[in-house]
Write a protein that binds this ligand. Structure first.
Ligand SMILES: Nc1ncnc2c1ncn2[C@@H]1O[C@H](COP(=O)(O)OP(=O)(O)O)[C@@H](O)[C@H]1O
Ligand SMILES: [Mg+2]
Length: 503
């Protein structure tokens, strides 16, 4: 169906609009020219008739005698070429006439006669008098409010009709020709404009998840089509990246589960080689349980992250006392810290702080951070938790709030005096499964999902988490969470950017 073809439709519309324009223009040109030419003929007839009328009724005129043509020439100094002239008396009898009429006379219609008797001038076109149409003026001459004679002047319309016919033929040829050229041109333009669209279609057709490296060559001109191609290419790039991430993630997850499974298998196989004592079996089972726990934790974390990705994890939000939660978490973790001979301290300069959030998730967040601090700090070091309040203003500030709103944040810093994180790794530690030192992390029971979960929890609470670290001298994880306020629901931070003011 050609109507499903954009090229065809574009060309059709183009030709249709041009056609309407050309036909209107041609008709207008033809009608105006025809009107103006006819008006010219009528004006000339009328002025001649008026001239003859005034001359013939002048008492001093020598017009009334002899040959009519000679009389005209004598008294009016004029020899009207191609004009037929005749004079009738008041009862309609033919009086004098120009020589070119010979023995015929100009026709006079009943209407013209009636009009003349009322003193009204009549213009008529007669097509039966000769081969070419004749334009006739019937002009009554009044003397003392009484018609004394009628002057008829006629002229052939041949020239006028010839000119109009020629114009008509030219237009009849030129308009269709112009439309033909326009349709070819329109097709060419449509082809040129829509060619890239075909390339997009072809590329899109051959792209599958295996060939996401395909791109469409953008045209040189920066126009709508090139923007479309850019957008399309960007979209493929993003898809490509997502697919890569999914592949990487699947590979990482399988690998992560494979290690404990291999250990389990090895331990069980070795244990089964010969008969063991009860003590040995208990030892093997204990070790098995450890690996099983590790796998459960990984699977649980993965499930949480993937459900969070799909927006399926609901937060049980309520007004929670952040100061209290942190105090509890620190007390709970201090045992672990002591066993590694680490100091765990907390300081708070801003009193009680409340946030609107999920108690369990917020606990999980700080347990993860403190656990990392303990894991990656050598014995004798310290982990410090510092809680403070921060006021942030909009002006390109930390968060993009509704204009005019002043936002208050709880800023929690978890810093340690541990091994630190190299500059190039700082951007990656929040990625899933990323660990600077896999062996060490595994020894400590980590799988590299902890910080990914922390990041999700903070962002789900409209906050921000950042890391500052120096290799060898320690790391600081800085978490900002919006404080709970009465009109909390009104405050919807979109993105965390920078600190404006510290309190
Ligand atoms: N406090 C810290 N000091 C040094 N390195 C850290 C610290 N916290 C996290 N990291 C690094 O970031 C990685 C990712 O952390 P995380 O996601 O919690 O995984 P895990 O603790 O299971 O290894 C860790 O493997 C470690 O290399
Ligand atoms: Mg961790």
């Amino acid at each position: 169906m050609p109507f499903h073809n954009l090229r065809f439709r574009l060309t059709l519309w183009y030709v249709l609009i041009l056609g309407v324009l050309l036909i209107s223009f041609s008709s207008f040109l033809y009608l105006t020219l025809s009107k103006s030419l006819h008006r010219d003929v009528d004006n000339r007839l009328r002025s001649l008739a008026e001239l003859i009328a005034s001359e013939s009724s002048s008492p001093l005129s020598k017009f009334g005698f002899g040959n009519f043509d000679q009389a005209l020439e004598r008294s009016l100094n004029l020899r009207p070429v191609g004009k037929f002239i005749q004079v009738l008396d008041e009862s309609g009898n033919i009086g004098r006439k120009s020589d070119n009429l010979r023995n015929v006379q100009l026709p006079i219609s009943l209407t013209a006669l009636k009009n003349a008797s009322k003193g009204v001038v009549t213009f008529e076109t007669n097509r039966s008098f000769s081969n070419s149409p004749l334009r006739i003026i019937t002009f009554p001459v009044l003397e003392q409010n009484h018609m004394s004679k009628i002057i008829q002047v006629a002229s052939s319309l041949e020239d006028v009709e010839d000119a109009l016919n020629t114009l008509f033929i030219i237009l009849m040829v030129a308009v269709p020709l112009a439309l033909l050229v326009a349709s070819l041109g329109g097709q060419f333009l449509a082809n040129k404009a829509l060619g890239p669209v075909d390339r997009i279609t072809q590329t899109a057709r051959i792209i599958t998840s295996q060939s996401l490296n395909q791109r469409i060559e953008p045209p040189k001109a920066k126009d709508e089509i090139s923007r479309l191609i850019e957008t399309f290419n960007d979209m493929i790039s993003r898809l490509d990246q997502s697919f890569r991430q999914i592949k990487q993630f699947t590979a990482d997850a399988s690998h992560e589960l494979k290690t404990p499974l291999t250990i389990l298998k090895g331990e069980v196989e070795v244990a089964l080689r010969r008969k063991r004592t009860d003590q040995e079996y208990i030892q093997v089972l204990r070790s098995n349980l450890e690996e099983i726990n590790r796998m459960s934790k990984i699977v649980e974390d993965l499930l949480l992250l993937s459900r969070a990705d799909c927006g399926e994890v609901r937060l049980e939000r309520e007004d929670i006392n952040l100061t209290e939660i942190l105090t509890e978490v620190v007390a709970q973790m201090s045992f672990l810290a002591r066993t590694k001979n680490l100091r765990l301290e907390m300081s708070n300069h801003s009193g009680e702080m409340h946030i609107f959030g999920d108690r369990l998730r917020i606990r999980e967040l700080f347990i993860n951070l403190i656990e990392n601090g303990i894991k990656y700090t050598e014995a004798g070091g310290a982990i410090r938790i510092h809680l403070t309040k921060e006021s942030l203003r909009e002006e390109g500030g930390l968060l993009t709030w509704a204009k005019g709103d002043q936002a208050e944040f709880a800023k929690v810093t978890v810093s340690d005096t541990g091994i630190g994180i190299a500059e190039e790794d700082q951007g990656k530690i929040f990625n899933r499964f990323f660990r600077v030192d896999k062996a060490r992390s595994r020894e400590e029971g980590g799988s590299g999902l902890g910080l990914s979960i922390c990041k999700w929890i903070v962002e789900a609470h409209h906050g921000e988490i950042r890391v500052e670290s120096q290799l060898g001298s320690g790391s600081s994880f800085i978490v900002r969470l919006p404080l709970y306020s009465v009109n909390h629901e009104k405050l919807r931070p979109k993105k965390v950017i920078a600190v404006a003011q510290s309190g």
